[in-house]
Design a protein around this ligand. Structure first.
Ligand code: PLP
Length: 491
């Protein structure tokens, strides 16, 4: 063969100049640490200017570009317009702040880039260990199974799929839903249930009618008498109850359903007990909250969301299942190209592809493994306890102001309140409070969320934030009062 020494270097996707690439990556690390350590000093949120919006409409690049120029583009157009959820005064929707150990874990997960579908390699052991730690935390037996998923939505979907298959009484994977069950299977939850559970039931072929929403008490917890009555009525009408979904920490107000009583009802009625613990499950790490979650260990399946109150970088969800066989029976399917070996890289009997919908999966476990090793469960528990106390502190600030009022009892760590000077119509109050919320954003003061409870629009402060101090809540209250006073004359 003729060797042409002047030929171009062999082309791959690796850097052409490793030293230059390494220097750029070092700079990114420095920039990232400056970014996170100064998060409090930066604006919490700002709108993207036209030139940045334009930068996202350019056609697909066809020729290589210098990596440094690409990074500069990112620094100019992406980084400054982040969501804001790292900030100490971000309390919108419900999400965590991330951790530095989580970043390190995600970084190495991408460097190693293993596939967690199956196989005999260390990443697999790390995920197994993280699942075992979650079982330990939740009081689940060692024989339980589990899997890391993208978040709470997938964790609930996974648990409800297992519930449906375990309770329908025939091989639903083969037959599909039998005609006599079509439109008949029923899951029960409070009217405060998160929407992802309804989506899951729709995708599982049970329809949105498959979710019976049960009324709540004035503290937004499920009304158990109404639940029992509805199950009885449904059975009399020839429907097939199969599952109760309990929520410890509802998304609107943080209400905690009575999990022990729900477990009792499931026992008596032979129903699957699923817990949507996206907000509340991990709060068992707080000795202050743990007693309120009693009964969670009795669940057949529980969904956890570790990118919420455990502050893992997105995406980090987890589902635990008591009955390992029911879990595997729902998802295992092994064609020849996925057959296992008794030795070598394709050995090992616990493959995650048999426990979930995904085959290829990223190394999600590493950031959780590193973070739990570095901080320990007790420190995470202290962060949760502090947020719960801060919710009470914010409640006391609201109570102490004549022009502010709580709109719902404070659940776990969620405070719903509004500006209300008295003597105003509901529509006017709603309009003022909406405007207060928007101006808090636009003036980059704070980012509470919002919701509507009993027709009253309110600020909804969901405190899963390891950076918030008590003063941050004082800043919020001061500005809400000021804005309210400013605005009330123009309505
Ligand atoms: C956030 C949330 C979910 C959905 O979780 P994602 O991680 O956003 O998919 C489900 N249930 C409850 C109670 C939640 O708060």
């Amino acid at each position: 063969m003729n060797k042409n020494t002047s030929a171009k270097p062999f082309e791959t996707l690796d850097p052409q100049d490793w030293e230059k690439s390494r220097a750029l990556m070092h700079q990114m690390v420095d920039d990232a640490f400056a970014y996170i350590s100064k998060v409090r000093e930066r604006e919490i949120w700002k709108d993207m200017p036209p030139e940045t919006l334009d930068s996202f409409t350019t056609p697909v690049p066809q020729k290589p570009n210098d990596a440094k120029a690409v990074y500069e583009d990112f620094v100019q157009h992406v980084l400054p317009y982040n969501m804001g959820n790292l900030h100490p005064r971000f309390w919108a929707w419900y999400m965590g702040n991330g951790t530095v150990s989580g970043i390190m874990g995600d970084f190495w997960a991408s460097v190693m880039n293993p596939n967690l579908g199956g196989g005999n390699h260390a990443a697999h052991k790390v995920e197994e260990q993280v699942i075992n730690w979650m079982k330990e935390i939740m009081g689940f037996p060692a024989t339980a199974s589990g899997i890391l998923v993208s978040g709470g939505s997938m964790a609930n979907f996974t648990g409800l799929a297992i519930a449906r298959n375990a309770k329908c009484g025939y091989d639903i994977r083969k037959e599909g839903l039998r005609p006599e069950d079509s439109g008949k299977m029923r899951a029960y939850a409070s009217s405060e249930i998160h929407s992802c559970n309804q989506k899951a039931l729709e995708l599982l072929g049970l329809g949105s009618d498959g979710l019976q929403k049960i009324p709540v008490h004035s503290d937004y917890t499920i009304n158990l008498d109404a639940l029992v009555a509805q199950i009885k009525k449904d059975r009399e009408n020839g429907l097939r109850p199969f599952c109760i979904i309990g929520t410890p920490g509802t998304v609107n107000t943080g209400a905690i359903d009575d999990l022990n009583r729900l477990a009792d009802i499931c026992d008596a009625e032979n129903l699957w007990f699923h817990v949507d613990g996206a907000i509340g499950a991990i709060a068992v790490l707080s000795p202050k909250v743990k007693p309120k979650l009693a009964g969670i260990e009795r669940a057949n399946s529980v969904a956890l969301d570790l990118h919420k109150w455990l502050h893992m970088p997105f995406e980090s969800g987890c589902v635990l299942v008591k009955n390992q066989k029911a879990h595997k029976d729902t998802f295992s399917l092994i064609p020849e190209y996925l057959a296992k070996n008794t030795r070598g890289i394709a050995s090992g009997d616990n493959w995650f592809s048999e426990y979930g919908l995904q085959l290829s999966r990223r190394f999600r476990a590493l950031k959780i493994w590193m973070s739990l090793k570095e901080h320990g469960t007790e420190r995470f528990g202290r962060m949760i306890t502090r947020n719960v106390e801060q919710a009470r502190y914010l409640g006391s600030l609201v109570d102490s102001q004549e022009n502010l009022e709580l709109v719902a009892p404070i659940g776990l760590d969620i405070v719903c309140f509004r500006y209300n000077p008295g003597g105003m119509a509901l529509e006017t109050l709603n309009a003022i409070n909406k405007e207060i919320k928007l101006q808090l954003e636009e003036r980059a003061i704070a980012l509470p969320g919002y919701t509507t409870l009993n027709k009253s629009y309110c600020l909804r402060v969901a405190i899963a934030n390891h950076r918030s101090t008590d003063e941050d809540f004082e800043v919020l209250v001061t500005h809400v009062l000021e804005l309210g006073q400013e605005l009330q004359h123009s309505y």
